[in-house]
Design a protein around this ligand. Structure first.
Ligand SMILES: Nc1ncnc2c1ncn2[C@@H]1O[C@H](COP(=O)(O)OP(=O)(O)OP(=O)(O)O)[C@@H](O)[C@H]1O
Ligand SMILES: [Mg+2]
Length: 1045
């Protein structure tokens, strides 16, 4: 808001277009007022006026760069950054090549302005390692070129003594890619001569002040400036300029640009040679012929130069002091006079230096040039020497001022003349604004048939006596009536007396003022001749760089054709420059110098007014006020702004003009702001244009969002559709696959069932026709026949019926093996059954007893096998026959089971005594053999168990129940010769009568109970035992040993 007010500030308007009233006075006052406020920048529309403050201002900080980046041109304070930003954005946005024309007097601040533009563009363009390198190289070209091309003049301590046009090239994103620098007319006379109070080019002072002792020694230089003739033997240190520091900065810059150390050394060596050439002194001598000649007064300097450049001193001396003249195909060496010698020396120094400067620019270009093929946009920055009016103006001032005339012409053409012409062409109502058209002056100078430069060239090439007087006479004759040309002669012809115009001078009324040029030196400078001997000597040097600067020195390339004159070359390069500038969109920075003394904040109105006049600022403001700030072809306008109307966006079917009118009609723009020409639309104030731009930007942002939205939607939709399609495809394939599998399975099953069913049906239907059952039938039959045969054969050949005969015929077939085995066992059991059935009852009982004995003793007692052949007789005593046993017989009655004699072991001594033993179905009776009387009668129920040994003895322990009546003396120990039979019968009897098995123990150690307590009996197999029976030995009261064998 504050800045907008600043633009509209009545006392010091930021834009002079807003001045009211518009007079030279008010314009000057505004500039002065602003200058004192520290606002050095002022607009006339989009032309920037910059007044040199001669003091550092805090308006170039990075924050300021940010403030002006993408700024609204008319909404911020006037600033050079705003112009740079506008140009940069036009370049990126509208794809138009730009040029920034910086004009103004020497010391008005052009070079500073160009550096500010460059640094701004570098700061706002994108970043990246490669881009930063390019930017740095572009920026660093300044210190190098300033060191070699700038010098202190009376007007400016850092005056550019050459014109510079730099094209910075950008890619489509606005990233700097590189650039090209063109240089124009270096003021080379400064090398050999400069007026008091000025200096030679900075590099000499920088080298001497900043070069290390070693470097100076290498270059054969002395540190003291006063030693050098070309430096006017003055020290000339400048306040506020540190030559040494600048030298180091320049060296760093060269490194950044990409100069190799060898290149830097070579460059400094050639620079040193130029400086030292100034110290080569000549002295006059006379030849034998009496002709004056010159010679080297002090050979040391020459020798050092030759050492530096690798040349024989004799060659250089000859080239400096003599000259080869070709006469009728003969080369004649003529001696030079001292002044001629000095002329040659100075010409050599100037040529070396100016060619070195060209080489330097080319070398920088090699580093910063853009690779061919890339599409690029260009921003050109022109910083060319300003208009110069000195006391004594020579050829250089003439050339410089010509160049400034041309630039003014561009300005007039583009901003004043062409603009007004365009209004007329387009049929816009227009009151013409008077302005001074300088084409008459340009024509005076450059006209190829009758211009001053053409005349000068003609004079230079003319044979015969050539000097400036003839040249001036020619001019006087040609331009006798020219309004812009004056000389002593033309004035006298017009009867004007003007003491300010000396003889040998002519005056041109430039757009910026009248300048009087002294013609002295015009011819020489225009010819810019260098004796061929000198260029050949330079070419002969071994120093590669120096040698490359003088290609014409190569004797094989020697040509008699004169090189183009300096004026001709300059005119051609200015023409190229103009063509280049016309092809681009111009942006103007018009620099104004506020005072002559380089004083900070001093505003000299007269001086400024002169500049305001010759810069044509008043006309500029008038045209601007009357005219339109912006114009564009309907087509281009429509395509840029058609998005502002829904009727023209996105397509407009009608004509471009109708479309443009439609767009503007829908916007709230006052009618007086617009004008519609035949082919273009005109917009009066920048404010309206800005408003239009702002709306466009907003709309573009909206449209971009819309496009983004549509695109995102489209992308999601297509992606979704693709996924859906894929999903459907996958599931279709999967289902298909599943169904196919199922179908295959069903088909397989159906086929199987079908096959079975068909088979079954067919088999059923055709069974009778088939013989398939025949094999089974046959095999069945055969099988049965075999079985039958086997059984019948077996029946006929049965083995003998003897029970002990276990023979049995083997099975004739393997499949009958099981049956045969079964039959065998059946037959065997049947044989046994038959055998058993025919046995008499006694025999049967006996065998049963034997069987029982086997169950009780088989494999348990070694006596058993011996008992097998002995038949169980039961009655061994003959109770019935022997009357002695009558009583016993009575006891036994019919219930006798067994009667035998046994030995009874005495419980106390272990000795045995014979006893008669009777076993009945109820009792066990022991009787004394002599008395044949029962001694002990034990009920069978009293017998608890029986213990026998494992051996083949007849020992037995009869354990009685404690409650038994017959066993009061305890258990009985007996020895029987029919032990097996006795125990077996006892067991059988118990089973028969009581259905109880006899608990029988067959063991070697057992306990027996006697009346006096338990006795542990141990059976020991011993040979000591008598063959009659076991021997019992009592061991203590509770142990007994039974020895058996
Ligand atoms: N914007 C500025 N701020 C501060 N000082 C400035 C500014 N512009 C110029 N100057 C001062 O003015 C001096 C001269 O400026 P500059 O060298 O740019 O002039 P010029 O127009 O290029 O002159 P010439 O035509 O002689 O080369 C600078 O050295 C600097 O001290
Ligand atoms: Mg400059």
């Amino acid at each position: 808001m504050e800045t907008t007010t600043s633009l509209l500030d009545a006392a010091a308007a930021g834009d002079l277009v807003l001045l009211d009233p518009l007079t030279e006075q008010s314009l000057l006052q505004t500039l002065q007022e602003r200058f004192h406020r520290g606002d050095i920048y002022t607009y006339i529309g989009n032309v920037l006026i910059s007044v040199n403050p001669y003091r550092p201002l805090p308006i170039y900080t990075p924050e300021k760069v940010q403030e002006y980046h993408n700024c609204n041109f008319f909404a911020v304070k006037p600033h050079i950054y705003a112009i740079a930003d506008d140009a940069y954005h036009s370049l990126c946005d509208r794809d138009r090549d730009q040029c920034i024309l910086i004009t103004g007097e020497s010391g008005a601040g052009k070079t500073e302005a160009s550096k500010l533009v460059m640094s701004y563009v570098a700061a706002v363009s994108s970043k990246g390692e490669e881009v930063d390198k390019v930017k740095e190289q572009l920026l660093q070209s300044n210190p190098v070129l300033e060191a070699f091309g700038n010098a202190k003049t009376i007007r400016n301590d850092n005056s550019s003594r050459f014109g510079k046009y730099m094209d910075v090239e950008f890619d489509f994103k606005g990233e700097p890619l590189g650039g090209v620098i063109s240089n124009y007319l270096l003021e080379k006379s400064r090398i050999v001569r400069h007026v008091k109070g000025e200096r030679n080019f900075h590099i000499f002072y920088q080298l001497l002040a900043g070069g290390s002792a070693q470097l100076l020694q290498q270059l054969k230089l002395r540190q003291d400036c006063r030693h050098y003739g070309y430096l006017n033997h003055e020290s000339s240190a400048l306040s506020g300029m540190d030559d040494a520091a600048n030298f180091h900065a320049m060296q760093d810059a060269m490194r950044v640009i990409g100069f190799s150390p060898a290149e830097v050394t070579a460059l400094l060596e050639v620079t040193a040679v130029v400086l030292k050439l100034g110290n080569v002194q000549l002295s006059s001598s006379f030849q034998a012929s009496g002709m004056e000649s010159c010679s080297i007064a002090e050979p040391r300097e020459l020798q050092e130069i030759c050492e530096l450049i690798g040349l024989d001193p004799g060659v250089l001396e000859r080239a400096l002091c003599s000259r080869t003249v070709k006469a009728r195909d003969e080369a004649v060496l003529t001696a030079l006079s001292v002044p001629q010698g000095y002329y040659g020396r100075d010409a050599l120094a100037k040529n070396i230096y100016s060619r070195l400067f060209d080489w330097l620019v080319n070398r920088i270009n090699t580093s910063i040039q853009v690779k061919p093929g890339e599409q690029r946009k260009v921003m050109g920055v022109l910083d060319i020497y300003g208009f110069e009016i000195f006391q004594d103006n020579g050829f250089e001032q003439f050339i410089i001022n010509y160049c400034n005339e041309k630039l003014q012409q561009i300005f007039i053409l583009l901003t004043l003349k062409e603009e007004q012409e365009e209004y007329v062409r387009e049929g816009i109502q227009w009151t013409p604004v008077e302005f001074f058209d300088n084409s008459i002056i340009c024509n005076l100078i450059e006209n190829s048939t009758g211009g001053i430069l053409a005349m000068l060239d003609e004079e230079c090439l003319r044979p015969g006596v050539v000097n400036e007087d003839t040249f001036l006479a020619k001019l006087n004759q040609l331009f006798a009536t020219h309004k812009r040309y004056e000389s002593k002669e033309t004035q006298s012809a017009r009867h004007i007396m003007d003491a300010s115009l000396p003889p040998r001078c002519f005056r041109i009324h430039h757009y910026a003022g009248k300048v009087t040029y002294n013609v002295t030196g015009f011819i020489e400078k225009n010819n810019d001749l260098l004796f061929r001997d000198l260029s050949q000597a330079m070419w002969a040097a071994r120093h590669t760089l120096l040698r490359s600067l003088f290609p014409e020195g190569d004797p094989q390339k020697a040509s008699l054709k004169l090189p183009p004159t300096a004026g001709y070359q300059f005119k051609a390069s200015v023409a190229t420059l103009m063509k280049n500038l016309y092809s681009k969109n111009p942006n103007y920075i018009r620099c104004i110098k506020p005072n002559e003394t380089k004083a900070a904040m001093l505003f000299t109105p007269e001086l400024v007014l002169a500049q305001v006049r010759y810069l044509g600022l008043m006309e500029n403001v008038r045209v601007r006020r009357a005219g339109y700030a912006f114009r564009q072809l309907y087509g281009a306008f429509l395509s840029r702004y058609k998005m502002l109307s829904t009727r023209t966006w996105p397509r407009w079917a009608g004509s471009d003009r109708d479309g443009a009118e439609q767009v503007l009609a829908e916007l709230p723009i006052p009618a007086e702001e617009l004008a519609f020409g035949h082919t273009k639309v005109f917009i009066r104030s920048p404010r309206t244009l800005f408003d239009l731009e702002r709306r466009r930007q907003e709309r573009v942002a909206q449209l971009a969002t819309l496009i983004q939205k549509m695109f995102r939607g489209w992308r999601c939709r297509t992606q979704y559709q693709l996924m859906r399609k894929s999903q459907i495809l996958i599931s279709a394939w999967f289902r298909g696959h599943q169904q196919k599998n199922k179908y295959k399975q069903m088909k397989r099953s159906a086929l199987l069932i079908q096959a079975y069913a068909r088979g079954w049906k067919v088999r059923r239907a055709y069974r009778r026709y088939f013989r398939s059952g025949a094999s089974a039938c046959l095999s069945n039959f055969i099988y049965r026949r075999l079985v039958q045969k086997f059984l019948v054969g077996l029946g006929q050949n049965l083995p003998p019926l003897a029970v002990l005969d276990r023979t049995w015929p083997p099975a004739p077939y393997k499949f009958l093996a099981d049956a045969n085995q079964e039959l065998r066992s059946i037959f065997y059991r049947w044989k046994c059954k038959k055998y058993r059935e025919q046995l008499p009852p006694q025999r049967r009982a006996l065998l049963q007893a034997k069987l029982c004995a086997s169950e009780l003793f088989k494999d348990k007692k070694s006596l058993y096998p011996k008992s097998l052949p002995q038949p169980f007789q039961g009655e061994y005593l003959g109770l019935t026959q022997n009357p002695k046993y009558q009583k016993l017989n009575a006891v036994a009655k019919d219930k006798l089971v067994m009667a035998d004699t046994v030995q009874k072991v005495n419980r106390a001594s272990g000795k045995t005594v014979p006893r008669l033993l009777l076993l009945t179905k109820e009792h066990l009776v022991l009787a004394d053999p002599k008395a044949a009387q029962p001694k002990t009668v034990l009920s069978l129920g009293d017998i608890r168990s029986v213990t026998v040994t494992r051996f083949s003895d007849g020992f037995l322990a009869l354990h009685l129940k404690e409650t038994s009546t017959g066993g009061t003396k305890g258990d009985f120990l007996l020895v029987s010769s029919h032990l097996i039979e006795l125990v077996t019968r006892l067991h059988q009897t118990l089973m028969d009568t009581r259905a109880q098995a006899l608990p029988l123990h067959i063991t070697d150690q057992f306990s027996t109970r006697f009346q006096k307590g338990d006795v542990a009996v141990t059976v020991v197999e011993s040979p000591k035992a008598s063959s009659d029976g076991p021997v019992c030995k009592k061991r203590g009261s509770h142990k007994m040993e039974v020895l058996v064998h």
